[in-house]
Design a protein around this ligand. Structure first.
Ligand code: AMP
Ligand code: ZN
Length: 458
C-alpha cells in the first residue's frame, strides 16, 4: 500500500519511500526534562506514535531515536534566559541531575500510560557532549562560526539556504527578530556552545576548546540524530513551533558540515490549544496527565481525543470534549466485551482503515471506520478480529480490555450463583439486592433463556 505524508520541506503530500528498502529511520525531538510534560507536548508524542505504528502496520521496521534534552534548552529561544533544567533545580532545591532523572522517569511513565511505543534508542544530550564539541569544531573549520563573549555562534548569513524549512522569510524567522545577545551578527544566528555565566558555577558544564560551558539545544538534536541514524535519514518530527527556529537551525548545521539534507521528510504536529492560545508552560495555562487522572479520566481518553482531530489541525482542549472521548471509548469497551473472538476479520473494512491511515495519517476517518464496523451487521467474531488489528494503530487497549472483560472474578461468579438460587426459590427482593451488590462491584447481569450472562461495566 502507498503511504502519503505531508512533508513540511516541500509543503505538500508526498509518497513516502524510505532510503533503505524495509527500514525507516525516524528521529523525534524529545522532551526537555525540567517539568512534567503537558497535554500539548503529549499530543505531539501521540501523533508521532501513530506515524510509527502506521509504518509498522505497512511492514516497515522502524528505527526510532528520541533524545532527552537534559541540558542547553533556554527559557527563551533567542539564546537568552536561563537553562530550564538549572532553573528547575533552584525552584525544587534539587541538583540539575536529579531534576533531569526525575522528569525523564515521569515522561516515560506518561508515554506508557498513553500506550506510546518507546523508541529503540533514547539519547541524552549530556551523554553526547564530546560529539557536540567535535561537530562544532567541524563547523568552525568550515568557517560557519564566530566567537563572542557569550559563546560560539552559527553565522546564518554564510549559508544561502538557511531557513529552507520555514514558511517565513529569513528576517521573520525569529519572533521580533531580536538581537538579545551582545555581539550577535544576525537575528537568526544561534548559539552552538554557550559559556557558563561569569562568576557563576553551573551544575552542568563542560570544558571545550572555546571555554567552559554547554551545547546549544539545536546542536544537540542534529548531533544526536546523525550519530544514531546517519545522514540523511528518513523522517524527522516535532511540533509546529519547531518549524521556525529549532528545525531550520538543525538543517543549517547539517548542510554546513555535510552539504546534505538532514532528513528527507519533516513532519510537524499542530498545537493543542487551551482557551485561545497554545497550551504552554510559559503562560501557566497547561494541564498535565496527573491532573486528568485525578479528575477520574483514563489517560487513553486523551489519546482518543487526539485521534478525533487530524494532526495538522489545531485541537482545542476542553474538559467536555475529554468527557465525550471517555464516553466514546467506554462505549467501545462495553461493546467489545460482549463479543466472541473469531479467526478472520473483514477484509473490506481493514482495507478502508489502512487506506485512511496511509493518507497522511487520517485518524479521524479511521475512527469513523472503526465505529461503522462496530455498528455494522457483521458477526461480532469478525468485528473483533478487525478491531484488534485497527488497535495496533489506534493504541486504545482493545485487546487488553477484552481479555480483562472475559475474566470474571471468582467473587462475582459466587454472587451470581447465590442470586440464581434465590431466584429459583422465588426470593425476588433478596435476589435483587445481590444484583445491586454485583453492580456496585462493576458488573451487570443479563438474564437470558440460557442463564445469566455477566458483563463488566465500563
Ligand atoms: P519541549 O519539551 O518543550 O521541548 O516540547 C516537546 C514537544 O512538544 C515539542 O515537539 C514541541 O513542539 C511540542 N509542543 C509544545 N507545546 C505544544 C502544544 N501546545 N501542542 C502540541 N505540541 C506542543
Ligand atoms: Zn530537536
Amino acid at each position: 500500500m502507498i503511504i502519503k505524508l505531508f512533508n513540511s520541506l516541500t509543503r505538500r503530500k508526498e509518497i513516502f519511500k524510505p532510503i533503505k528498502d524495509k527500514i525507516v529511520s525516524l528521529y523525534t525531538c524529545g522532551p526537555t526534562v525540567y517539568n512534567y510534560p503537558h497535554l500539548g507536548n503529549l499530543r505531539t508524542y501521540i501523533f508521532e506514535d501513530i506515524l510509527k505504528r502506521v509504518l509498522i502496520a505497512n511492514g516497515y521496521k522502524v528505527k526510532h531515536v528520541m533524545n532527552i534534552t537534559d541540558v542547553g534548552h533556554l527559557t527563551s529561544d533567542a539564546d537568552t534566559g536561563q537553562d530550564k533544567i538549572e532553573e528547575a533545580a533552584k525552584r525544587e532545591k534539587k541538583t540539575a541531575w536529579e531534576i533531569a532523572n526525575f522528569y525523564t522517569k515521569e515522561f516515560k511513565r506518561n508515554l506508557k500510560a498513553l500506550n506510546i511505543l518507546f523508541p529503540n534508542r533514547w539519547v541524552k544530550a549530556t551523554k553526547t557532549i564530546k560529539d557536540q564539541i567535535e561537530f562544532i569544531k567541524k563547523l568552525e573549520k568550515k568557517g560557519f562560526t564566530y566567537l563572542i563573549e557569550d559563546g560560539v555562534y552559527f553565522d546564518t548569513s554564510k549559508l544561502p539556504t538557511y531557513g529552507k524549512l520555514s514558511t517565513l522569510k529569513k528576517e521573520e524567522i525569529l519572533p521580533g527578530a531580536r538581537i538579545d545577545v551582545k555581539g550577535k551578527k544576525n537575528p537568526t544566528d544561534f548559539a552552538l556552545w554557550k559559556f557558563s555565566p561569569k562568576g557563576i558555577k553551573r551544575q552542568m558544564e563542560w570544558n571545550s576548546p572555546w571555554g567552559v560551558g554547554f551545547p546549544g539545544w539545536h546542536t544537540e538534536c542534529v548531533v544526536m540524530s546523525i550519530k544514531n541514524l546517519g545522514i540523511p535519514f528518513d523522517i524527522h518530527c516535532g511540533g509546529v513551533d519547531h518549524l521556525s527556529i529549532h528545525h531550520p537551525n538543525e538543517i543549517a548545521q547539517a548542510e554546513a558540515v555535510y552539504q546534505k539534507p538532514l532528513a528527507n521528510f519533516w513532519l510537524h504536529g499542530e498545537f493543542l490549544n487551551f482557551g485561545q492560545e497554545k497550551m504552554a508552560k510559559s503562560t501557566g495555562r497547561f494541564i498535565i496527565l496527573k491532573d486528568l487522572i485525578e479528575k477520574g479520566y483514563d489517560p487513553l481518553a486523551f489519546r482518543y481525543l487526539c485521534l478525533t482531530t487530524h494532526y495538522r489541525s489545531k485541537l482545542n482542549f476542553t474538559w467536555s470534549s475529554l468527557k465525550a472521548s471517555q464516553n466514546a471509548l467506554k462505549k467501545i469497551y462495553q461493546k467489545i466485551s460482549g463479543f466472541k473472538k473469531g479467526k478472520v476479520g473483514c477484509a473490506d473494512y481493514e482495507e478502508k482503515f489502512l487506506a485512511a491511515v496511509n493518507d497522511d495519517l487520517n485518524l479521524p476517518k479511521a475512527l469513523a471506520i472503526t465505529w461503522n464496523l462496530i455498528d455494522s451487521n457483521l458477526p461480532d467474531q469478525v468485528k473483533l478480529v478487525s478491531l484488534f488489528k485497527f488497535d495496533q494503530i489506534l493504541g486504545l487497549s482493545f485487546e487488553k480490555i477484552w481479555h480483562q472483560s472475559q475474566r470474571i472474578p471468582y467473587k462475582i461468579k459466587r454472587l451470581v450463583e447465590q442470586r440464581e438460587k434465590l431466584r429459583q426459590e422465588k426470593k425476588w427482593s433478596e435476589a435483587d439486592e445481590i444484583r445491586e451488590e454485583i453492580k456496585k462491584l462493576g458488573y451487570q447481569i443479563e438474564d437470558t433463556k440460557e442463564g445469566p450472562i455477566i458483563k463488566k461495566i465500563f
